[in-house]
Design a protein around this ligand. Sequence first.
Ligand code: SAH
Ligand code: SF4
Length: 483
Amino acid sequence: MSPSDATGEDAGANPVTPAPLAAMPRPRRDARDGAAEPETQTASPRPGRDARDGAAELETQTASPRPPRRDARDARKASDPRPGLSGMDDKDLEKWFAAEGQPAYRARQVREAIWKVNAKDAEEILTLPAPLRAKVDEAFRVDTIIEDEVKVADNGMTEKTLHLLYDGSLIESVLMHYPARGFGGQGRPLHRERHTLCISSQAGCAVGCPFCATGELGFGRDLETAEIVDQVRHAARRLAKTGRNLTNIVFMGMGEPLLNLNRVLEAVEILADPRKFGLGARHVVISTSGVVPGIRRLTALGPQFTLAISLHAARDPLRDVLVPLNRRWPVAEVVAAARDHARVTGRRVSYEYVMISGVNDAEVDADALAKLLRGDLAHVNLIPMNPVAHTPWVASSPERVAEFAARVRHGGIGVTIRSNRGQDAGAACGQLAADKAGEPPAPAVAKRRNEIVRQSEIALQGNRSAESLPAGLAGFVGTMKPR
Ligand code: SAH
Ligand code: SF4
């Protein structure tokens, strides 16, 4: 994703953008291409030279969750059987303490250390006697994130963090600050200051949207519940140093949240729990590329979140290419599910639309979009595309975006133009991680670009894609049935 200036309340469009793996096991290529290719044929979304040059000017700081460990990367393990404490169910923790012959209140002490003290390691659980701390350390991970690398952009208003996980996976989160605005009587702001964190739900992504650096990298793995909520604990720790609190969370980082939905829902429950993170109700946005059964499952849970749909095209031929999941759940099915969501929950749905010059920004696209959403409880966020190296595409010009917005508005749909956040911090999804992976071979990039152009030309002639789902994605969604 790419951070834009959307807010949690208005559904946020804004992302961080996903993309994994640097020092991590390379993503499974079949997730993207449908077939394994030789390593040298891979086009992965490294930022182009321009993006990298921009990144060089960044203020970079390493904020390790614990004193920087020189050996952090060497210490990573292929697997760590110890559950992360922040993702644990209270009852399971109580059972563990009971088995250790300890009273139930020990679980409460651990919970408070995780959520009130925001402990980085067992040593910081001071309410436990030292021998018990050692046992806790043996059995659990107090923090599932080994190391952070923070890049600050937009004069400090955006902080993009690359998180290293135990197996070398790299995921990204983006913290965006929004000052109070619209001052009314007695200097009171009409809109309070907000601090929104965009988090990842997977390392990589199987959906494979060609404009997204994460999608290009392919799927790494699902995140554990604790790995999802520990991104929040890390941001909260940084904010707390200046007496500030997180106010909004958006699942617009790496990965497709509705393809790791059980853990995403566990994470949301933990974050909303007043004894844990205590995030204000309705301050969560979940963004999806259109996993219809997942949308229906969210609907059944009621009005707890804002739903954002990454639409990017209102017509199937083009959306087949821009969001390959469309070949499984086409536009009409996605919008029908979103419409039901708005009707049942009474909550407005946000539609994200990345503006790509000459691809999805024509008048006919604006008209199709307005027609598609007419009469719905919906709002469109237009986001100029952040450049990524493996595509030949660039963002629509500001004038084109404005004309497009006006045309959709004229059709009766609310539209907001989002400015991208963190342009100087490798804004497009996964660029920080991609940076670490190094330059891809030029022929691979050229091959990927040609393929994207070929597919989009077919789409622009109005023809549906003949491509099947990327193989890795087919594995994910093949057995899913709409509820
Ligand atoms: N997979 C989910 C959530 C993560 S992506 C989804 O697609 O909704 C979050 C957002 O970032 C999506 O709306 C996506 O379209 C957007 N995004 C990805 N790459 C981008 C780019 N290069 N420029 C602008 N936005 C991008
Ligand atoms: Fe990127 Fe598409 Fe995956 Fe979202 S669904 S993370 S935009 S590849």
